[in-house]
Write a new protein. Sequence first.
Length: 304
Amino acid sequence: MILDGRQTAAQIREEIAAEVSQLKQQGLRPPHLAVVIVGHNPASETYVANKEKACRQVGFDVTRIALEASVTEKELLDVVGRLNDDDSIDGFIVQLPLPEHISEEKVTRAIDYRKDVDGLHPYNVGLTALGQRSVVSATPKGIRELLARYRIPTEGKNVVIIGRSNIVGKPMAMLLMQKPYLQLPKMSASALGNATVTLCHSKTRDLKKICLGADIIIVAAGQPSLLTADMVSDGAVVIDVGINRVEDATQARGYRLVGDVDFSNVAPKCSYITPVPGGVGPMTIASLLQNTLQVYKDRLAVKS
Ligand code: NAD
């Protein structure tokens, strides 16, 4: 069965839009997200445009701050400082990757953790690791939400994650291994956890053997067709995070997007699988909206 991220994300957007219109009826201003983009990386421009569109759909205010790739680190840090101090901005993101002359670590640390809707500030990452309430990195949060909404339990399951990035693999492992910090309602996203997690990476030996022991496989490696049918047990759940451009002369733009899973051969073996596109990607954006609403409510002390 397909885990339809597009449809689930649309449902989440509807829920958020309803909440925003209620807030407005109470006389409150809508949440306001700022997006900082540096340079003209085509993939980043597409991601940012999608995020802005999603914000507008749910009634958020959104402000784009576009800087040339030649911007200095100091100038970018000044922009971050101004956004931290700006009371009309609830949360903001600095779209990654940044040009090489700018330290992503410095910029991420400079963001006020209370406005860090990407959940990448060390303070939020630390809270996530401790299993405490935090702003959770958008992609793993979206995957957890997708599992919850399809009522796929993780307790006691063997979960294999391929990829150890700070934005996907590591926080995903933390979320799924820990004791859920909220127990209600039964299958809410925050109730997922209690899994036995194996985190694999480029130096892992015998990936196939490890994957064959998995109930749930989450692949975030950026390698087309890394996960093949012989690595997947019957009935496994497969979540494909990868977004890879492969040349395709039949497409007007000259390429198509594929994930990290050999979808056509793996899908028949799975109980559930996410497609690419239309799986994890839309859920990531939905999580960004949820995070923005969360920090907005925290700032304005709005009751849920
Ligand atoms: P990354 O690109 O920073 O690192 C890749 C990881 O995969 C590394 O930890 C590496 O050790 C591991 N890896 C690479 N080849 C491997 C192999 N053959 N066997 C085992 N492990 C291997 O990771 P990332 O930033 O999480 O990105 C991974 C993919 O996910 C990319 O395609 C990216 O575009 C995509 N992504 C998608 C979303 C989304 O919303 N759908 C969000 C973030 C990233």
